[in-house]
Design a protein around this ligand. Structure first.
Ligand SMILES: Nc1nc(=O)c2c([nH]1)NC[C@@H]1CN(c3ccc(C(=O)N[C@@H](CCC(=O)O)C(=O)O)cc3)C=[N+]21
Length: 281
């Protein structure tokens, strides 16, 4: 291996340390901790694990989590009602609806019920627009975490050729917008892209967000490129790690790369939402 690691574990720890300091100060000045509501619909075991990790991290940094678990048979209407209530609840600062929701539920409708001021996971249209226009608002957690990780290692983005593989509403599309806002030349590739290999071969920065383990072969990576692997199927990335690390300058490990940055971004944005919503007494 010749690449250096983009270490999400260490970088996220630094972020979480400062969230803990801010949350303690918030508690001292407002008389309560910041509050993140997490909503999980159905019983997908991986989703349970992710939500548990988020709740545990909240505890560690002094954020109160309010966990709401709903059954697989929850209707769109019921879910929207729950989220609408949290959106106007003065005691709730941030709302996370874990993706994916069960097949019968309209996930977009549920996301849009989140008050943009509490959209600390950056899943609403309002947050997407904020990312696209560098306006006030929250970043999608994984895309925001990716940019924070690249910034921590001072990876230059302006003028670089960035190839994003994947176009989901909360990962591929928004990470492309954030890279574009940082003056990268961005190409989106997806399942209908015929010549993925050729796009990857030209990329200075590869952001893999397809959720297809080992989709991207290590020998496609341009020498000296930066590889960010946001795949998370069974904790396996989208990029063949060993062969990609032999060619790239920087690479994220899976686990220990993008995953911990996602959670740190969520919690940092929860603190920021709490601070914005409240005035010091
Ligand atoms: N509304 C919504 N927002 C999300 O941000 C969101 C989501 N839905 N649905 C699922 C994906 C997945 N996701 C991960 C977060 C952390 C790790 C993570 O920290 N993983 C550890 C490994 C943990 C272990 O060892 O099991 C790591 O990569 O080092 C992974 C995956 C957030 N997601």
């Amino acid at each position: 291996m010749r690449a250096q690691l983009l270490d999400g574990r260490t970088t996220s720890k630094t972020m979480l340390d400062s969230v803990a300091v801010g949350a303690a100060e918030f508690l001292r000045t407002r008389g309560r901790a910041p509050v993140l509501a997490t909503i999980l619909v159905g019983d997908d075991p991986a989703s349970h694990t992710y939500v548990r990790m988020k709740v545990n991290r909240c505890k560690q940094v002094g954020i109160t989590s309010r966990r709401i678990d709903l059954t697989e048979s929850t209707s769109t209407g019921d879910l929207v009602r729950v989220i609408t209530e949290l959106s106007s609840d003065p005691d709730v600062d941030g709302i996370l609806l874990q993706h994916p929701v069960p097949p019968g539920v309209d996930e977009r409708a549920a996301f849009e019920a989140i008050n943009p001021a509490k959209d600390v996971d950056g899943v609403t249209r309002a947050s997407f627009a904020a990312m696209a226009f560098s306006a006030d608002g929250f970043s999608s957690a994984t895309p925001g975490g990716i940019i924070a990780l690249l910034d921590a290692y001072e990876i230059p983005l302006a003028g670089s050729r960035a190839v994003v593989v994947g176009r989901s509403a909360i990962l591929g599309k928004p990470v492309g917008m954030l890279l574009l806002e940082r003056d990268a030349t961005v190409t989106f590739c997806h399942s209908k892209t015929g010549d993925l290999e050729n796009h990857i071969r030209e990329a200075d920065i590869v952001v893999a967000a397809a959720g297809v383990p080992d989709l991207i072969k290590g020998d496609w990576i341009k020498l000296g490129a930066v590889v960010v692997d946001a795949g998370y199927v069974d904790n396996r990335g989208d990029v063949e790690f060993e062969s990609a690390a032999a060619r790239s300058a920087w690479i994220t490990p899976v686990p220990g790369g993008v995953g911990p940055m996602t959670i740190a971004t969520l919690l940092a944005q929860t603190l920021a939402a709490a601070e914005k919503r409240t005035i010091v007494k």
